[in-house]
Design a protein around this ligand. Structure first.
Ligand SMILES: [Zn+2]
Length: 404
């Protein structure tokens, strides 16, 4: 039977691994960082920079935001999210669950789903496992996420268990509705605007042209519940598996403990996705435990406030010490911003409130994240990931050390 995605591990180094994920629209080398395109746009960044310069093969779209505005039906009428945005490569859509549960005071949870008030106009809205996969089918992403409940990072055992049971029931419902939709509603054809650009990256005839569905493992910081969640999610059966509910306010060692315990137990022949994490340090740590896919708003969110990730650590370009600094943001970065602009000029743009300041910093930060994953893949393939990780993490503390 033809499958919607194919994944193979090319090399392992300890628990770290590098692989190839084939989707109908692009071939993705893992570990991979997926820039977050919340509203069908990666904030402040032109899509042609993402494909032409950064060679990003997959980005993320947010179901919650697109459901509320402009609406998935409108996007479907305009040919799906790829055609609407002009992004030809792969897209992963989240389920909307995480955003809805962030609206603590504005939502009501039931077995059926979640009623919430839109953050845009206060209108009453409803999301359920069925509606979430329907929205994601209309958006026509390559990877669809099951609808889950995400408990707070410090939730107790009992509350976490209740949430986990609900998430498992919702996972089954997500899958049932997903399979109906894949059978009946889909036209099955791809709508390339620029087939010349898209073809080299995907559409291998071995793939089915359908969407793929990932299940989500919950269980907060409770290792026994995490293992149970993993086993019972695998029983339902998905094309890939994600670890959810981390980086939601728990301590770092709790997150690293869960990763160390759970990631190596996840199926070795499906992609493993760590949702919404994190700093460059978090990414390297997670890769060492065998995670393949990441997404996080940090590169663009930091870029908008002057935060810059560099190989020697994080800086804030607004700092007065960069006023006459003629060097690039990161001397080791080869992105077009680092090749052309000085820290002094970029600082000036920030001080002057020029909108390109946020754009240029976001561009560099994405280059830094994507390049970090590129280096990790090379190190894993060469069997030197641990020494690469140690050296990279050591270097990332240099600026901090100077500032003390
Ligand atoms: Zn750069």
């Amino acid at each position: 039977m033809r499958r919607p995605i194919e994944f193979e591990v090319n090399a392992s180094d300890g628990n770290a691994r590098t692989g190839t994920l084939r989707t109908r629209r692009s071939v993705i080398e893992t570990p991979v960082f997926m820039p977050v395109g919340t509203q069908g746009a990666v904030k402040g960044v032109r899509l042609e920079w993402l494909d032409d310069e950064h060679d990003a093969r997959i980005i993320l779209g947010n179901t919650y935001h697109l459901f509320l505005r402009p609406g998935h039906e409108l996007i479907q009428r305009l040919g799906g999210l790829h055609k609407f945005t002009s992004w030809e490569r792969a897209i992963l859509t989240d389920s909307g669950g995480f955003q809805v549960f962030s609206l603590t005071d504005l939502r009501k949870l039931s077995e059926e789903g979640v009623e919430f008030r839109s953050h845009l106009d206060g209108s009453r809205q409803f999301l359920s496992p069925e509606i979430s996969v329907e929205v994601q089918a209309a958006l026509d992403s390559e990877i669809v996420m099951a609808f889950d409940e995400c408990p707070p990072g410090d939730a107790g055992n009992e509350k976490t268990r209740e949430s986990l049971e609900l998430t498992l029931r919702w996972a089954k419902r997500s899958k049932e509705r997903f399979e109906e939709l894949q059978k009946s509603d889909r036209k099955g054809g791809l709508n390339y605007q620029r087939p010349d650009l898209a073809l080299p990256y995907g559409q291998t005839s071995a793939l089915s042209g359908r969407q793929a569905l990932f299940g989500i493992i919950q269980g907060a910081g409770h290792l026994d519940l995490r293992v149970e969640s993993l086993e019972r999610t695998v029983e339902i059966g998905f094309d890939g598996y994600a670890i959810g509910g981390l980086s939601v306010g728990e301590e770092k060692d709790v997150m690293y403990g869960v990763l160390e315990h759970i990631a190596p137990k996840m199926s070795s022949d499906s992609p493993r996705y760590l949702m919404g994490v994190g700093t460059p340090e978090d990414l390297l740590e997670a890769v060492s435990h065998g995670i393949d896919m990441f997404d996080c708003v940090m590169p663009t969110r930091n870029g908008r406030t002057g935060g810059v990730f560099t190989s020697r650590g994080k800086i804030n370009i607004r700092n007065a010490r960069f006023a006459e600094d003629e060097g690039p943001l990161d001397p080791e970065c080869e992105c077009s911003v680092c090749r052309r602009y000085s820290r002094a000029y970029l600082r000036h743009l920030f001080q002057a409130g020029e909108m390109t300041a946020a754009t240029l910093l976001s561009h560099h930060n994405l280059a830094f994240y994507l390049n970090l994953m590129r280096q990790a893949r090379t190190a894993i393939a060469g069997g030197s990931f641990e020494s690469f990780k140690k050296a990279a993490l050591g270097k990332m503390t240099e600026i901090e050390a100077e500032a003390v």
